[in-house]
Design a protein around this ligand. Structure first.
Ligand SMILES: [Zn+2]
Length: 171
């Protein structure tokens, strides 16, 4: 799932809980729940059509991050840019005493991908720390990446989540 979706929902949860620990945990848990919804992202170009099973039915070989290429980086930078703009809007329309909670919730929301889906260090981390491989299996199990041709469905789920979070944080 896209960086923008995870960070905005995490930010909304951070603000909603009003507590940094609950906000961080809420953001973190929301990551795995949201990954289980059909979504479009860089992995969409590497997954095959899903078969009958729902959970755990991703072919890891095709969803590896080792093949993170120019298109994936371009998508990531656009994703970051969209987040930057949306967070600017959120900060402008939120009281400064909320900013900390918003940031902490967003960090909880993106943590699983920062640790486990980074093209730069996640594979090395798994090689060095065996429990990171277990975490990768868990992360991959609650995961529903749609194939690229199903991008409208994969974007709709995320646009709804982003819109709901923005609505909560801005209005
Ligand atoms: Zn994830």
């Amino acid at each position: 799932m896209l960086f923008t979706t995870h960070s905005l929902v995490g930010a909304a949860l951070g603000s909603a809980t009003g507590n940094p620990y609950a906000g961080f945990l809420g953001g973190f848990l929301s990551h795995h729940l949201m990954d289980a919804l059909p979504h479009f992202d860089q992995g969409s170009f590497r997954v095959r059509e899903r078969r009958a099973l729902y959970l755990g039915d991703i072919n890891f070989e095709e969803n590896t991050i080792g093949t993170f290429g120019a298109r994936d980086w371009a998508m990531l930078f656009i994703d970051w840019l969209v987040s930057l703009i949306l967070f600017a809007i959120i900060f402008i329309s939120s009281p400064p005493e909320q900013w900390g909670l918003i940031i902490i919730g967003a960090l909880g929301g993106i943590l699983p991908d920062v640790v486990d889906s980074s093209p730069l260090w996640s594979i090395k981390l798994r090689e060095k720390i065996p429990s990171m491989s277990k975490y990768n299996d868990f992360h991959g199990f609650f995961h529903w990446t749609v194939p690229a041709k199903k991008w409208p469905l994969g974007m709709l789920t995320q646009i709804l989540l982003i819109a709901a979070s923005l609505w909560y944080l801005v209005f």
